[in-house]
Design a binder for this molecule. Structure first.
Ligand SMILES: [Zn+2]
Ligand SMILES: [Zn+2]
Length: 317
């Protein structure tokens, strides 16, 4: 091969590589941002939407397990949904920063398939750490100095609804969202390539538990707080009491509130009052049909979401 043909081959190779020009970077960033917004918005709408449908369809069962006598009004719903959309944008910016960090090689997130055992322990690790992070930033946001600027907005919802789950001020949204990039920076610094699938599970688990905590009706089975096997997992009453009377700063688990003496003194008692013994809700063929149509729509949405996630991943590859 002559020098000339070698040079020609080299220049063809350079042309085939995407050039890191400003429009190219803007386009990549724009595409990532659209995908992460879609993912974060989708999670919120699906989780809060499914719970709302359950509350409507199984009216009788949910009605018996209602926590507060007070109802959220139209203004509450409007504020919750609008501020949740703002939270989605803040989360999107943070997720985008994480993805850029990954492209720049600062964040080590492994999007290839990982062994099940790795996904399990990495998922458990992030949930336990996020629970501690949430407890302490939540306590900090309840201090006089920070409350009005950060957390007052979330507490405008005195009677939580599934739509309260992302109802944060911008400052609180930023503080909540910072956890994932901080966690990944830590694991990357320690030389751990965190499994993308464990992160995917964590993000879904977070929104589902968040919506469950704000459902306004006790959905955990009777006896939950009385068994040592389950009492360490927080219930809907646990967080609902935080909105109505204070105490209970934890998220997934009751550990931190117990260790720090911040658990509501009547938590177990209130839970027992709300959680009537579990009976399977009964419904006629019409309701069954409605549920099946709804489930099919949810499945289709989940498939679309998943396709988008894969699109994000390949866009990063
Ligand atoms: Zn609070
Ligand atoms: Zn809340």
């Amino acid at each position: 091969m002559t020098v000339m043909t070698q040079l020609a081959a080299l220049s063809a190779q350079i042309e085939a590589e995407p050039a890191y020009t400003l429009p190219y970077i803007a386009e990549r960033v724009g595409a990532h941002f659209a995908n992460v917004l879609y993912f974060d918005l989708g999670r919120y709408l699906i989780a809060a939407g499914v719970m709302t449908v359950f509350i409507l369809v199984f009216r009788g069962w949910f009605g018996a397990r209602r926590i507060q006598a007070r109802s959220a009004n139209r203004k509450d719903y409007a504020r919750e949904v609008l501020s949740s959309l703002r939270t989605v944008i803040v989360f999107g910016v943070t997720t985008l920063a994480t993805l850029i960090g990954r492209e720049a090689g600062i964040i080590n997130l492994n999007i290839e398939s990982a062994p099940l055992i790795t996904v399990v322990w990495q998922f458990a690790l992030i949930v336990v750490l996020h629970d501690a992070y949430f407890y302490w930033i939540h306590r900090a946001m309840h201090t006089k100095r920070l409350f009005n600027a950060t957390h007052l907005h979330h507490h405008k919802s005195r009677t939580p609804t599934p739509w309260t789950s992302y109802s944060f001020s911008s400052w609180e949204a930023a503080a909540e969202a910072a956890f994932v990039p901080l966690f990944l920076l830590l694991t990357s610094t320690l030389g751990l390539a965190y499994a993308g699938f464990a992160m995917f599970l964590f993000l879904w688990h977070m929104i589902i538990r968040n919506v469950m905590a704000h459902t306004g009706h006790e959905i955990f089975p009777a006896g939950w707080v009385d068994s040592p096997l389950t009492s360490w997992i927080s219930t809907t009453t646990h967080h609902d009491l935080h909105h109505s009377t204070g105490h209970n700063y934890g998220f997934y688990f009751t550990w931190w509130d117990r260790w720090m003496g911040t658990e509501h003194p009547r938590y177990a008692e209130e839970f027992r009052k709300n959680a009537k013994p579990l009976r399977l809700p009964s419904f006629g063929p019409r309701t069954a049909e409605r549920i099946s149509v709804f489930m099919a729509a949810m499945l289709a949405s989940a498939v679309t979401l998943n396709t988008w996630t894969i699109a994000v991943e390949t866009g990063l590859g």
